[in-house]
Design a protein around this ligand. Sequence first.
Ligand code: PLP
Length: 421
Amino acid sequence: MRENTLAIHAGYDGNEFGTMAVPIYQTTAYEFRDAEHAANLFELKELGNIYTRLMNPTTDVFEKRFAALEGGAAAVATASGMSAIFYAIANVAEAGDNIIVAKQVYGGTTTLTGHTIRRFGIEARYFDVYEPEELEAMIDERTKLIHFESITNPSVDVADIAEIVRIADRHGVLTCTDNTVATPVICKPIEHGVDVVVHSASKYTTGQGLAIGGIVVEREGLVEKLKGNQRYYHFNEPDPSYHGLVYTDLPLPPFTLRTRLALLRDLGAAPSPFNSWLYIQGLETLPLRMRQHSDSALAIAEFLEAHPKVKKVNYPGLKSDPNYPLVQKYFKKGMASGLLSFEVESREEAQRIADSTKLFKLVVNIGDSKSLITHPASTTHQQLSKEELEAAGVPEGLIRLSVGLEDTEDLIEDLRQALQN
Ligand SMILES: *Cc1c(COP(=O)(O)O)cnc(C)c1O
């Protein structure tokens, strides 16, 4: 099946009632046929539903459909994008280990890796996404994961995925891509050798700013990278918390299996079935929406580039953008998603513009059908000094746009009047 078909059908082929839409299985638990059935499920002799913290039939459709769209083997849905990222890290790293994270990542990922996991004894080292060769000197025998974003939020940089994967693979280290901004419609990191893909489903997946969620997707064949790899000894040795189960000995994708059996079991950031149902509705139109978000964002980027009050526009889909060659290499059909930023003369000017738009709503979110505008220096990056802002690639006059699905002309008119005021 091809992408539009997968987005609409993967993971669900009707049920005994003939319900066309995927039902919402709003339940905590499931009745076992008998005591032996229950025992078999717990022992994984038979696969089936036990408890919604671990699995749910509605969530299962979402997981299968998302895995199909990413070209992965399996997926585990989580309650948020942040919990998906945390689980990807916690699945491989423990006290004394380190992970390597791109400098240009989502703010929550920076605080998670720089502060929260540090308190658990896991060190994060940071590399410049434009300098993947920095990884060579950073990798040691306790390095468990290399994490980066395909398109970074908010700086709109693009990763040279194959180059990062090449270095990681030489050392047998797992790679994890946050593909939230690109979505599988625009970029499929697994096709370029990435091991694990994570998402905030809160953004383009629901597509209408409706629910918080996340997902972890594992590539086909990851077991071969883990099997016998001392770096990941805990995938190769009996897990005492699961009757001595050895994850790499089972005929099931080991990364997602361990995320489900150990992390969802013990940490419990499971999505609600209702939210899974919302993500499924979102996926059905994802390919159509990403086309429109991308086309509209490009037209707006071109308009801004030609505007005298605009100093600089960052949009990887623009031919003049330094990321354009990477877009040609990694992104599908000329799309570059709906996120862009532009710079005006001063902080005051940027704030005035953010206050003057009518269609672009002042919101710190992305991936909504409604167009959104933010001034990072006074909100998400408020604690940084002028110098720190420059270093983080967030100058005071920078404005970020998440281009929605309104008519492009209406959005351009809105920006034109806001810039003129
Ligand atoms: C929003 C976002 C997250 C966090 O996801 P939540 O669902 O809000 O927890 C992670 N990564 C990126 C790139 C994001 O944009």
